[in-house]
Design a protein around this ligand. Structure first.
Ligand SMILES: [Ca+2]
Ligand SMILES: [Ca+2]
Length: 307
């Protein structure tokens, strides 16, 4: 009996390792649905939902089969979204009378009851199909915001930092994965882009990490990272709620933080210009100017959103 249980245990662990290998830490694997799911409770328009899932290299989830309907219903109940419908990937945005999923599967191939109100509703206006927690579908305006879920079918190649083509590279000097984003956006936009990638704005936890981060991009002055100021006089804290000293790195560039040119510089950055100094802290504006930035997936830190 003990051997039997041990064998079952080993098989279970092997199963978890082979089937539940992480797609991303913010997605969970659903055995029945045969893939990874992530629920996004903040309502957005259908276009935004499609793009958000694409950014994750996933698809806006549709009730492709009964198991997915079950998984999507369960995820809505879990988040207590029981009255508001969520967007599915089904729409007629390409042609008025043709409803299909993002994957290109026509509505006629889906397991939707013929007596569904869907087939009686006006399908001539551009509309998107939403699903309630009880699995019922209805046509809604694509521009009205709804929650949504992203779905990634199993069978993708995985690396240490998630999907091999997600742009993150592991650095064994710090034990983290980084993605340098060579695009200038505000600090908040950078924060959001990293979060949507299942990562966070890089947090410098050591001098080495400050060097590693700043070395991945060069710019005129600095690149945004994950700390900012609170209160007056300003108290600096990482996005994981630690003081800079507790986080492990608090080396400011001489004269910084300085609210340069009397601009409110309440967001955190790293000098990334070898002439002016690399990897040393600077204060930057949160929204007045746009900067390049670094996302991090910390494979060791339990405070990271990936754990
Ligand atoms: Ca870090
Ligand atoms: Ca400054």
């Amino acid at each position: 009996m003990a051997n039997y249980l041990l064998t079952i245990g080993i098989l279970f662990v092997l199963h978890q390792l082979t089937h539940c290998h992480l797609f991303r830490q913010d997605y969970h694997f659903d055995e029945g649905a045969g893939g990874w799911l992530k629920f996004n409770p903040i309502p957005v328009t259908w276009d935004e939902a499609v793009l958000s899932c694409l950014n994750d290299e996933a698809m806006l989830a549709s009730p492709l089969d009964k198991e997915l309907v079950k998984a999507l219903s369960a995820i809505m109940v879990c988040h207590e979204v029981t009255t508001t419908p969520m967007f599915t990937g089904i729409s007629n945005v390409y042609a008025n009378s043709e409803y299909q999923t993002i994957e290109g599967i026509p509505i006629s191939n889906l397991c939707i009851p013929w007596n569904s109100p869907l087939y009686k509703e006006n399908m001539l206006n551009q509309s998107c199909i939403a699903m309630k927690a009880d699995g019922t579908l209805s046509a809604v305006s694509c521009s009205d915001p709804h929650p949504f879920a992203c779905y990634k079918k199993a069978g993708i190649e995985q690396g240490k930092c998630g999907p091999v083509n997600n742009g993150f590279k592991f650095d064994d000097r710090t034990g983290s994965c980084y993605k340098a984003v060579n695009r200038e956006v505000t600090w908040s936009e950078g924060f959001m882009i990293c979060a949507r990638a299942g990562a966070h704005l890089a947090v410098a936890n050591s001098e080495i990490e400050a060097q590693v981060s700043s070395g991945r991009l060069s710019c005129q002055v600095s690149i945004n990272i994950g700390f900012r100021a609170w209160g007056e006089p300003r108290t600096w804290m990482t996005i994981h709620g630690q003081s800079l000293n507790d986080a492990g790195y608090a080396k400011w560039f001489p004269g910084e933080p300085n609210n340069y040119m009397n601009n409110p510089e309440w967001c955190g950055s790293l000098m990334a210009n070898s002439k002016k100094g690399d990897g040393i802290l600077n204060d930057s504006t949160c929204s007045l100017y746009a900067y390049k930035f670094i996302c991090e997936i910390d494979l060791n830190n339990k405070s990271s959103p990936n754990h």
